[in-house]
Every structure is written in structure tokens, then in C-alpha cells.
Ligand binder design. Structure first.
Ligand SMILES: [Ca+2]
Length: 230
């Protein structure tokens, strides 16, 4: 009677053991870059196993910065809405309209089909800085010219986002895939050059087989305990 219980228990313990093997978590490493440029160039890339997908990226700018996505409204000189340059993934953006994004300090990009073989996802998205312009009206000619020059300089400076100004941008990344539990990672951009900044991220996402195996082992264990009691 007792002997019959040993083999299933062994199997269950073996399955639980397999489920807890550290190798069953897939490593994820990658980076987000702000590459400067007149219109603001960004890049996102990561490496993992093929089933792991990057599903969502949120970008939160420092409080002195904002997106300039349409002509007029908030923004200085050039403007550029979100526009994909490269990468195999499809993307959608929230807020969902260019007008809704103009002046915003945060947005979320949703991805479809963004796994490690999709390549670097690069996109344009203009970032400007808040500037305070002087009121030049009513000034004597000489002062008005100086005032205008100062305002032009301030406008140009506000339109060009430096590595120092974009540093502090917070990036949130959600990974998943068929059968994967969502994994949230984050990074903060740090200055890497005069007009550039970047942030690295790394983590481990448990593979679906781990959950399936652990689940079936726990079910088997429950059945075994119930039978053992009877
Ligand atoms: Ca604008």
C-alpha cells in the first residue's frame, strides 16, 4: 500500500526541481538611446531568446522638456511627430494624435512583433526645452535689436536638446510574449555626449515552461496528498 506512493512523489519532486532550475529564466539586456539630431532621433534595442517580446515602452521627459509634434502650440523652430525610421516591429503611440502629443511630457509606445530579431527600433520625436522670452516691444531701437537677438538665441537653445537636458528621462519597458508573465524593467537616460544620452536595462524573464511545469507539479502534489490521506 505505502510503496505505491513513492514513485509519484519522486516524480513530483523531480518536476518541482526542474521548475526551479535557474537556467529556465531568459536573460534580457538592452538600451535606449537619444541620439540628438535636428528632429530628435531615438533608438531602442534588446537581446533575449526569440519568444520574448518588448510590448510597451513609456518615455517620461524631465519637467523642463516637452515633445514638439505639430506646427504651432508649444514648441520652438522645427517640430517632428513620432515617426519610425527602422526596426521590424509595428508601433502605436499614446496619446493617439499628433496634436495630443504636442507639448506632452510623457508618451507610451505599444509594440507588436518586437523580439530580439526585429532589429533596432529607431524613431524621430522632437524634444524642446521651456524658455522664457523677453518682451521686446516698446524698447528703443538699439535695445530692441539686442532683445531680439537674445530671444533668437534663447529660441535656438530651447529647440536644440542637449545631452544634459535630456538626461533624467525615465524609460519604462514591459516585456512578455506567448505564455510569459509580464516583466517590467526601467532605466534613466544619462548624458553620453554633447547632444546624446542613453540608458541600459537588464533582467530575467521566467520561461513559460517553468510555470507550466511548476503548475502541473503542484497539481500532482495536491492529488498525491489527497490520495495519501484516504
Ligand atoms: Ca508644436
Amino acid at each position: 500500500m505505502m510503496r505505491g506512493h513513492f514513485r509519484p512523489l519522486k516524480t513530483i519532486v523531480f518536476m518541482l526541481g526542474l521548475a526551479l532550475v535557474p537556467a529556465s529564466a531568459a536573460p534580457i539586456t538592452g538600451s535606449v538611446g537619444y541620439l540628438g539630431g535636428a528632429l530628435g532621433t531615438w533608438s531602442i534595442q534588446f537581446a533575449s531568446i526569440p519568444g520574448v517580446e518588448l510590448q510597451q515602452v513609456s518615455i517620461t521627459l524631465p519637467s523642463t522638456s516637452y515633445f514638439d509634434t505639430v506646427s504651432g502650440g508649444p514648441g520652438l523652430l522645427l517640430w517632428q511627430d513620432f515617426q519610425k525610421i527602422s526596426g521590424g516591429a509595428a508601433a502605436s503611440v499614446t496619446p493617439g494624435t499628433a496634436a495630443g502629443r504636442d507639448g506632452a511630457t510623457a508618451l507610451t509606445i505599444g509594440f507588436t512583433g518586437f523580439n530580439s530579431s526585429a532589429g533596432t527600433f529607431a524613431f524621430l520625436l522632437d524634444v524642446d526645452q521651456q524658455v522664457t522670452l523677453q518682451n521686446c516691444s516698446g524698447l528703443p531701437l538699439g535695445q530692441a535689436i539686442a532683445c531680439g537677438i537674445a530671444n533668437t538665441a534663447a529660441t535656438t537653445a530651447g529647440s536644440v536638446t542637449t545631452g544634459t537636458e535630456i538626461a533624467g528621462t525615465m524609460i519604462g519597458l514591459t516585456f512578455g510574449g506567448a505564455g510569459y508573465e509580464p516583466l517590467y524593467l526601467s532605466t534613466t537616460l544619462g548624458r553620453t555626449g554633447e547632444l546624446t544620452a542613453a540608458g541600459q536595462f537588464a533582467g530575467e524573464i521566467p520561461e513559460p515552461a517553468t510555470y507550466a511545469m511548476m503548475g502541473s507539479a503542484l497539481v500532482a502534489l495536491a492529488v498525491w496528498r489527497r490520495r495519501a490521506r484516504q
